[in-house]
Design a protein around this ligand. Structure first.
Ligand SMILES: O=C(O)CCC(=O)C(=O)O
Ligand SMILES: [Fe+2]
Length: 346
């Protein structure tokens, strides 16, 4: 029977009066009771005029936002409101399906084609858990993966398939604009560098005490690039100049986070925000993440176009090699990158 291990998923809990002890962080890791307001400073990129006379101004805005914040919001991104709303509804309904149905997908194996799990993939060994469930599966090429996806709620495969295709186009456009902005040749990120596409959906039920726990630890995304569609509940925070700032859940905006691979390929020109998720007292929160990552065996290194006046800061490595270092260093970006840093003194 699946009933035991399914009990660990918070989306299967019916009512929670107080925070279970194994979700309470030690005092120094708690987010605390102080409310962090959504920041008005987070750059909002409007892609509306991207094919007109404002193109180079918009591109400069993207590069500056990536340098200053390592994260930004994008409006007029080209994916219809109808499709983003439908997709959000499908995922919200997925987490509300009966435990028996969801149990088919429960897995802590990084290689499983479609995995539903809670907290982190390391649930068995961690002493304190994060307040989240997650559903992750591959999306590209669609025909290679769609048969492993859930068939419920009705329309899941059609809608998520359409969404994945549209979001992929959007992310490849962002990568093209970044190429243009930092002087990398067009099409550099096409093919193996952006081949793997994952959808990663986070779901948090209302939390009895958001001051004591986290929905996700502070981390950098190891990907090439990430995009998040938030519903209307706050929770995502980014570290800026040593302070946590809230990322407002704007209707119809995508949050874009340049991943650590973009930091390396741009030779440190682009930053990748440190971010975390806090929980909400009254509301459930669902966020749809889409990640593009390089294929496992492809070499990654600072690209020639950005090196004209600069020595490379990192040696070449395969994504596989990087990912192992990242996981092995507790997902701490600076420590993982240390393994690949070159001395710039000659
Ligand atoms: O749920 C969120 O808002 C953030 C998710 C995230 O950072 C991630 O999945 O890497
Ligand atoms: Fe993230």
């Amino acid at each position: 029977m699946h009933s035991d291990y399914m009990a660990v998923l918070i989306s299967n809990w019916s009512s929670v009066q107080s925070l279970p002890e194994n979700y309470v962080f030690p005092p120094e890791r708690r987010p605390g009771a102080e409310e962090i307001q959504a920041s008005k400073d987070i750059p909002i990129i409007n892609l509306e005029g991207i094919n007109g006379s404002e193109r180079s101004e918009i591109i400069q805005h993207i590069i500056k936002a990536s340098q200053d914040f390592g994260l930004f919001q994008v409006i007029n991104h080209g994916v219809s409101r109808e499709l983003t709303d439908q997709t959000m509804r499908i995922f919200q309904e997925f987490f509300m399906l009966p435990a028996e149905f969801k149990s088919k997908f429960y897995s802590n194996d990084l290689n499983s084609s479609c995995r539903l799990y809670t907290s982190t993939l390391n649930y068995e060994n961690e002493t304190i858990h994060y307040w989240r469930d997650n559903l992750t599966h591959r999306c590209h090429p669609l025909e290679d993966h769609i048969d492993h996806w859930p068939e419920s709620p009705p329309g899941y495969r059609i809608i998520v398939g359409k969404y994945s295709t549209e979001v992929r186009k959007f992310l490849l456009t962002m990568l093209e604009l970044i190429c243009e902005g930092i002087g990398i040749k067009t099409g550099y990120f096409e093919g193996e560098l952006s081949k793997t596409q994952l959808v990663s959906v986070n779901h948090h039920i209302p939390c009895p005490d958001p001051s004591l726990t986290l929905g996700m630890p502070e981390h950098c995304d190891p990907n090439l690039i990430s995009m998040l569609q938030q519903a209307d509940v706050c929770g995502l925070q980014a570290l800026k100049d040593g302070q946590w700032i809230g990322i407002e859940p704007l209707a119809n905006a995508f949050v874009v986070i340049p991943g650590l691979q973009l930091r390396v390929i741009s030779n440190g020109k682009l930053a990748s925000a440190v971010h975390r998720v806090v929980t909400h007292l009254e509301k459930s929160r669902t966020t749809i993440g889409t990640f593009l990552t390089p294929s496992n065996d492809i070499m990654i290194r600072p690209v020639d176009g950005v090196l004209t006046s600069q020595e490379p800061m990192y040696r070449g490595y395969t994504y596989n090699e990087f990912f192992s270092a990242f996981i092995g260093n507790n997902c701490e970006a600076e420590r993982a990158l240390q393994c690949f840093k070159l001395s710039t003194m000659h």
